[in-house]
Ligand binder design. Structure first.
Ligand code: DON
Length: 574
């Protein structure tokens, strides 16, 4: 049941091995964490501790923390910090995220550490004097960044953890300082981003070297290590005040950015009450606004619940068409009704209510493609880089975290002297009503820019309970495809009786209202594709959808722990 992909031949890299004493050494009997030799493990059963994340070293560090007596929260903190070092495209301290957890006691926790618009931000900040969007300004460079939330989020997680923070951050410091060996995929994306790093960073960065990166090269990040040490010594103040804050603001000043010392000092993580709903006898728990994800999966699952999806068959024209029409309707609502609840009244209760959701499907026609010109948002009257980690510990705590810089390597601005990348999350706002963002998502008033406001997200860290007991931890990156991926993973498990491995790795499809098309992965069933086209659907082929990490509790209590085949994602545990 264990699939292992060895990455690096020992002989080639032996010369690079430096014993990293303070990297916790065990992940299971006999398994040392060695940043110069590691393996991708796609799938394993563990009984006490499971971590699935986008990088083998990060998963191993998380598991090692549980081995040392920590719980799933300790693992989530250490895994995120390690990802910031070993997976710089999306792991981060300069971005933000959402942590969703269910403690073994049943208590639900939602920590929102989404980036916030700086005080100097404004509704029209990306428009020229004629009111046209200045292409790219919200997507790259200094003006694209929101105030980072990740470090505040990690400290907001600490009350649930057991080990001291200094211990949780140590592996990330060691790996940044002494370096780690990069994968083929990382080498190729660093090479592909070289010109952007040079264009948008004002100081030399560890991510650019004279020759091309190749698999097996060692990436050393001294400035990042120094930043992590300041956080180790001074806590959140080591990031939001003092030297690191000064370096961020100096970087802003060199590149016409607007994040100020006050913006940093005033940033706080917020607790959000998780959304809960039933789907075919399972309890689904997901993230509330400013994520759109929890609401979208609630709407989509409820829209299809009255149909016998399981009997339609996996990815038959009938099941895909029904699921697509639910996606279309839910995403139309996203554009109209969803945004930061502290700035815009999101009609959460109505959007999730059975009556509203059923009425949205009233015009569903199983014989014909719907049309996004006809399907608008409902009427309510009432007063491609991000990363996900799924974790479970021996006590049964479930932690599901999605964290992001937004695009791959965020704004491509590395903070000079501090060695970390800033996000380009401002592009998740609706920069002008009706103008699509980098994921093609449109929005309006609900998601307009305002100082201090958090941009609408699609991140959907989720949990599933069966018979009120832990069943599934799931989530994925993928921009606007995130909620449709999580939705499909849940339907694959609940309706099509798949194990987690198949639920994650089967081909996916995606419709987001606008553009009015169904995007499918390359290996999507060609027969189904033809039949959907015959019904009037426009089908486009696209690259991999998401990188889903899932844990599923088996009837014997073991946890099927799965990392998506679509990346270097890897599991660890014991
Ligand atoms: O919060 C969001 O919805 C986006 N910033 C997520 C971006 C993302 O998943 C990119 N990954 N492929």
């Amino acid at each position: 049941m264990r699939k292992i992909i060895p990455l690096f031949g020992c002989s080639l890299l032996l010369a690079l091995v430096v014993p990293a004493q303070s990297v916790p050494s065990m992940v299971g009997p006999g398994k040392a964490i060695d940043p110069y030799h590691y393996q991708i493990v796609k799938n394993a059963e563990f009984s006490k501790a499971s971590v699935s994340s986008a990088h083998p070293l990060a998963s191993m560090v998380g598991a090692a923390m549980m081995k040392k007596g920590g719980n799933a929260f300790d693992a989530a903190i250490a895994t995120q910090l390690t990802l910031a070092v070993v997976y710089p495209g999306a792991g981060n301290i300069g971005g933000g995220g959402f942590l969703l957890a269910r403690k073994s006691s049943g208590e639900l926790i939602g920590i929102d550490y989404r980036e916030a618009a700086p005080e100097k931000a404004g509704r029209d900040m990306y428009l020229d004097k004629n009111g046209n969007v200045q292409q790219g300004l919200s997507m790259a460079g200094h003006l694209a960044s929101g105030v980072p939330g990740t470090i505040a989020g990690l400290f907001a997680t600490m009350p649930y953890a057991k080990l001291p923070f200094a211990q949780l951050i140590q592996p990330a410091i060691d790996i940044a300082e002494k370096g780690f060996v990069i994968t083929e995929r990382e080498a190729s994306s660093l090479n592909g981003t070289r010109e952007s790093f040079l264009k948008y960073s004002t100081r030399p960065t560890a991510f650019v070297k004279e020759t091309k990166w190749k698999a097996g090269d060692t990436l050393i990040q001294k400035e990042m290590a120094a930043t992590l040490k300041r956080i180790q010594k001074n806590g959140a103040m080591g990031f939001y005040e003092g030297e690191t804050a000064k370096l961020i603001v100096e970087e802003m000043q060199r590149g016409n950015g607007i994040i100020s010392l006050d913006d940093l000092k005033n940033y706080t993580a917020k607790l959000r009450t998780p959304l809960e709903f039933e789907y075919r006898g399972h309890q689904v728990i997901s993230f509330a606004p400013p994520s759109s994800g929890g609401l979208l999966i609630a709407q989509m699952l409820k829209m299809i619940e009255k149909y016998p999806v399981g009997s339609y068959g996996f990815q038959t024209p009938k099941s895909v068409q029904l699921m697509v029409e639910a996606e279309r309707r839910a995403y139309a609502d996203r554009a109209e009704f969803m945004g930061d609840p502290d700035f815009f009244k999101v009609p959460v209760k109505t959007l999730m209510s059975d009556a509203y959701v059923q009425q949205r499907m009233a015009d569903y026609n199983p014989d014909k493609a719907g049309s996004s010109k006809e399907v608008k948002a409902g009427t309510i009257k009432e007063s491609e880089e991000t990363t996900h980690l799924s974790i479970m510990d021996a006590e049964g705590n479930m932690v599901s975290v999605t964290t992001t810089l937004n695009g791959g390597y965020g704004s491509r601005t590395v903070v000079g002297g501090a060695g970390f990348l800033l996000n380009n999350e401002m592009d998740d706002f609706s920069v002008k009503p009706g103008v699509p963002n980098m994921y093609g998502a449109v929005g309006g008033e609900a998601n307009a820019i305002a100082p201090g406001k958090r941009m609408l997200s699609s991140m959907t860290p989720s949990l599933l309970l069966k018979n009120k007991k832990p069943y599934v931890v799931v989530g994925t990156p993928g921009g606007t495809t995130i909620p449709t991926s999580v939705y499909q993973a849940i339907v694959n498990i609940v309706d099509f009786n798949m194990n987690a491995n198949d639920a994650v790795n089967q081909p996916k499809f995606h419709h987001q209202w606008l553009p009015d098309e169904v995007a499918v992965e390359k290996d999507f069933n060609p027969e189904t594709k033809k039949m959907l086209q015959a019904m009037g659907y426009k089908i486009t082929e696209r690259a991999a959808i998401g990188r889903t990490e899932a844990i599923r509790v088996l009837p014997n209590g073991k946890r099927e722990t799965v990392a998506d085949k679509r990346g270097d994602d890897s599991v660890a545990g014991f």
